[in-house]
Design a protein around this ligand. Structure first.
Ligand code: SAH
Ligand code: DHB
Ligand code: MG
Length: 224
């Protein structure tokens, strides 16, 4: 068996074992293809990982950058207590509309605030509004400005905030020092910022599974 097939099959097994592919998430995943949107949500296993991480840091306020159809939003929101809240930022109004439908189907409309606009416009607005501090920030939008998203996450966080960055390895393309792909360069810059910032303790974990070889960056603020 090819390695990729093996990793995907193990993810299937874990998904079945833990009952991860429930009807709400399955419908959310289907809504992508139906609307001709890119099928780049986190996998069911990574969705559950986000939920576990949010639970482990007792998150009441979560910020997500990059909503798509709301798959990861729903996973994160499921970790919130009754009075918890997640703000999720999405550039494309069409994506935001589909996400809102999925979030409504998940019974999470009152928990989720979808902010439509470019993240580098919305993030300063959140600071100006006095939003936060967020207990967990999930960065998963366009890759080129990931390091800027990290800086805004610090401003909107507090000591103890968990910052999670999706797609931190990109099949190992981050090893290419001469990469001219702005996404790869963005992730390289983000990983370097995470590694060298004195105000956070972080790491990048490689991942395999249904979505191939990639990685999750994890960092805690103020634990340096
Ligand atoms: N977190 C989602 C996947 C997000 S895909 C999940 O796992 O379910 C990335 C999303 O970021 C896309 O919907 C894209 O439209 C959005 N995006 C891209 N550039 C953006 C920007 N500058 N600001 C906000 N959202 C952006
Ligand atoms: C892409 C973006 C993502 O956030 C992801 O998880 C996978 C792929 C992409 O832009 O190709
Ligand atoms: Mg991603």
């Amino acid at each position: 068996m090819r390695q990729d097939d093996l990793f995907a099959e193990v993810d299937e097994h874990i998904g079945t074992l833990f009952g991860l592919d429930d009807s709400v998430l399955a419908a959310t995943e289907r809504s992508l293809a139906a609307a001709g949107m890119p099928e780049i949500s986190v996998s069911p296993v990574h969705g559950r990982l986000l939920q576990v991480l949010a639970l482990s840091c007792n998150a009441k306020r979560i910020l997500e950058i990059g909503t798509l159809a709301g798959y990861s939003t729903i996973c994160l929101a499921r970790a919130l207590p009754e009075d918890g809240h997640i703000t999720t930022i999405e550039f494309d109004p069409r994506h935001a509309d589909i996400a809102l439908e999925n979030i409504r189907s998940a019974g999470l409309k009152a928990t989720v605030d979808v902010r439509v606009g470019g993240a580098l416009d919305i993030l300063p607005q959140l600071v100006a509004e006095g939003a936060g501090p967020y207990d967990l920030v999930f960065i998963d939008a366009d890759k080129a400005p990931y390091a800027e998203y990290f800086e805004w996450s610090l401003r909107l966080g507090r000591p103890g905030t968990l910052i999670v960055g999706d797609n931190a390895v990109r099949e190992g393309r981050i090893l290419d020092r001469d990469a001219d792909d702005e996404s790869v360069r963005g992730i390289q810059r983000f990983n370097e910022a995470l590694a060298s910032h004195p105000g956070v303790t972080g790491v990048v974990v490689q991942t395999v599974g249904a979505k191939g070889h990639d990685g999750m960056a994890l960092a805690v603020v103020g634990a340096g």
